[in-house]
Design a protein around this ligand. Structure first.
Ligand SMILES: *Cc1c(COP(=O)(O)O)cnc(C)c1O
Length: 345
């Protein structure tokens, strides 16, 4: 096989969901936006439904429609972007539940889909999605008359437990929702780890399910193996790749691997990433090109068939640090060209 192989460990995914579920007395949903953080929303959601997840979250209605076909009629599917113009038919046909973000969305929803369930997203200071406090004060009466399923907000700094924004947003969320008698949801992965004050009735983990920071106890869910296309010997002083950015300081053996920035191997990894052969680290040398990378395998005893970029020795967060980004971006950049293999059923 000449493309990289991305192995998705569904047993590890399920174990991460159960571990997060055990941390709260709240119900645990699952966020599967961006095609399940790049791993395949259908396979991820089907497995988590088997574990007991009943509520799934996506970013936009289009994702929800695809997910509905994969999951069948039972589970609830929520759409963070709410009810946008042009969404009405999709929301109705796929029985998606929009998390309404503004007076405009509320009006559109009540007018075009009367009686169709919805939730409300409130802005508590992140200034990204949700009703502003003043708009909520104006519209809460009408919204509550139509019985929203959930009142929800999102934390901006939950991956930093000591950040003052967490307590601030919690306080605002309480002020906006206390005593209204509607079930509430505030926390994603980071908020779950902040403790019971943040849990309310439903938690919405994403990254923790997929093995990422800040859920440090997570099991690794992805493994990425890149096949070796060819190997060659370099004399001391020879150079590798575009821009001659790497020069051999000793006689070296260089392997060329299938996989490049078109596959989500961020170009910022040039001269910075490490791959592994078993437990032996092998440095990426030279620039990442569109379809290929070059790796120093001088210290291996034999030419390998493939090297591992994500696996037991190196998770998504370690690779993200090398690229100056976050695990979320590594996962959602994983290329379409990889063969996606499932482990666990
Ligand atoms: C992405 C997202 C989540 C999941 O966040 P993680 O940090 O991946 O756990 C939950 N809620 C909202 C509103 C989101 O946008």
């Amino acid at each position: 096989m000449s493309t990289g192989a991305l192995t998705i460990d569904l047993d590890a995914l399920a174990a991460n969901w159960r571990a997060l579920d055990a941390l709260t007395a709240a119900e645990t949903g699952a966020v599967v936006k961006a095609d399940g953080y790049g791993l395949g929303a259908a396979r991820v959601a089907r497995r988590l439904a088997r574990e007991g997840a009943r509520r799934f979250f996506v970013a936009v209605a289009e994702e929800g429609a695809v997910l509905r076909r994969a999951l069948g009629p039972e589970p609830e599917i929520y759409v963070f972007s709410g009810h946008m113009e042009g969404d009405t038919r999709k929301l109705a046909e796929a029985a998606l539940i929009p998390m309404l973000n503004s007076i405009e969305q509320l009006a559109r929803h009540l007018e075009t889909l009367p009686g169709h369930p919805f939730g409300i997203q409130l802005d508590t200071g992140m200034n990204r999605l949700g009703f502003e406090w003043s708009d909520w004060a104006e519209a809460a009466g009408i919204a509550l008359e139509h019985e929203p399923l959930w009142l929800m907000s999102h934390l901006a700094c939950a991956d930093e437990p000591d950040h003052g924004m967490n307590g601030y947003q919690l306080d605002i969320f309480r002020q906006m929702t206390d005593g209204l008698g509607v079930p509430r949801s505030l926390s994603a992965t980071g908020g779950i780890l902040l403790g019971p004050d943040y849990h309310f009735d439903l938690v919405r983990p994403g990254i923790g399910l997929y093995g990422g920071h800040p859920f440090e106890a997570a099991q690794h869910v992805v493994r990425l193996d890149l096949p070796v296309v060819q190997c060659r010997d370099l004399a001391q002083g020879e150079v590798v790749g575009y821009g001659n950015s790497w020069q051999a300081e000793r006689p070296s053996r260089i392997a060329t691997l299938s996989g490049g920035y078109a596959d989500g191997l961020l170009r910022a990894l040039s001269d910075r990433a490490t791959l592994h052969h078993g437990a032996t680290p092998c440095p990426l040398v030279g620039r990442v090109s569109m379809d290929l990378i070059t790796v120093d395998i001088t210290d291996l005893e034999a030419d390998p068939d493939y090297l591992t970029l994500l696996g037991p020795e190196q998770g998504v967060d370690a690779l993200a640090r090398m690229a100056g980004t976050i695990g979320y971006e590594i996962l959602t950049s994983l290329g379409r060209r990889y063969a996606r293999l499932e482990q666990g059923a």
